[in-house]
Design a protein around this ligand. Structure first.
Ligand SMILES: [Zn+2]
Length: 282
């Protein structure tokens, strides 16, 4: 897919609106005119036209007959649109059956702000208060409005991480990864786990508990063997910063437990795999 970097935000953009999702799904395989789409989706033509406009603006849908007037225009998915639809279908299949709801509440992938607040505290300590303030100036969210129980959209979280990398990193996200490795032991839900007097293998298996408290979507699986744990993250489209975040998080937990070890990224949704996978060995 040409715009791989944008796939996550396109995914949220589409799933945040049932209308867009139905229009894009209805275009699978065959180009259609708005009227056909309206009949097939059961949506009003006005809503179909608006969704087509929005999806065209994002490069997910294109008009094949721009010379035609309004409702006679034929629309098709672009390569990016087809790629996104494949991804949507793949993540939906794991949750079947999905009832067809005409007015489903929009689903917004979210993450708890408590981790971001601890990360910010770490960042202020390492980079200074004013540099951090400059970094998040254009974010659109005021960090002082956030509490541990505030839920942030994953899009906003991703934008935040990109601002941080742009300000302090070199574009490789090594900075984000290293800062998460430092900060993770202070995350409230992580802290309560790493303080348990249990072997690292047992601790690794409890990562799903933490995940369930921090994210409102997606799924993670853990497989452990002696001195080794494999963490798999399904059903999401991470930004590069988010992959770096998890990499750093696993490194930070090893460090907090004083285990010299190594975290290796072995699969990534961004590379077309069905999961992001981190292998931790110690
Ligand atoms: Zn990944």
């Amino acid at each position: 897919m040409a715009a791989q970097g944008a796939l996550w935000s396109e995914f949220s953009f589409v799933v945040s609106s049932g209308v867009r999702e139905r229009v894009i799904a209805s275009l699978a395989g065959t180009p259609k005119v708005p009227k056909q789409l309206a009949v097939e989706t059961g949506l009003r033509i006005y809503h179909v036209s608006r969704a087509l406009r929005e999806l065209s603006d994002r490069g997910l849908v294109e008009c094949l007959t721009p010379a035609n007037k309004g409702r006679g225009r034929l629309y098709a998915l672009t390569d990016d649109g087809s790629g996104l639809l494949d991804y949507l279908a793949q993540s939906r299949r794991r949750f079947l059956p999905v009832p067809a709801r005409a007015h489903a509440a929009p689903f917004v992938p979210k993450i708890r702000a408590s981790t971001l607040l601890r990360f910010l505290a770490q960042l202020r300590a390492s980079q200074g208060e004013s540099a951090v303030r400059e970094a998040v100036e254009g974010w659109g969210v005021n960090p002082s409005d956030l509490g541990d129980d505030t839920w942030l959209s994953v899009d906003a979280y991703a934008r935040f991480l990109d601002l941080v990398e742009a300000k302090f990193g070199d574009g490789s996200y090594a900075f984000v990864r290293a800062q998460f490795a430092e900060a993770v032991a202070s995350f409230p839900t992580v802290r309560e786990q790493i303080s348990l007097p249990i072997p690292l293998e047992a601790l690794a298996e409890r990562a799903t508990i933490v995940y369930g408290k921090e994210w409102n979507f997606g799924r993670m699986e853990v497989q452990t063997s002696k001195r080794r744990a494999v963490f798999a993250h399904f059903d999401w489209m991470p930004t590069p910063a988010m992959c770096a975040m998890f990499h750093g998080v696993y490194e930070g937990v090893l460090k907090a437990r004083n285990f010299p070890g190594k975290v290796t990224k072995t699969r990534c949704v961004r590379n077309g795999d069905d999961r992001c996978e981190y292998v931790v060995a110690w």
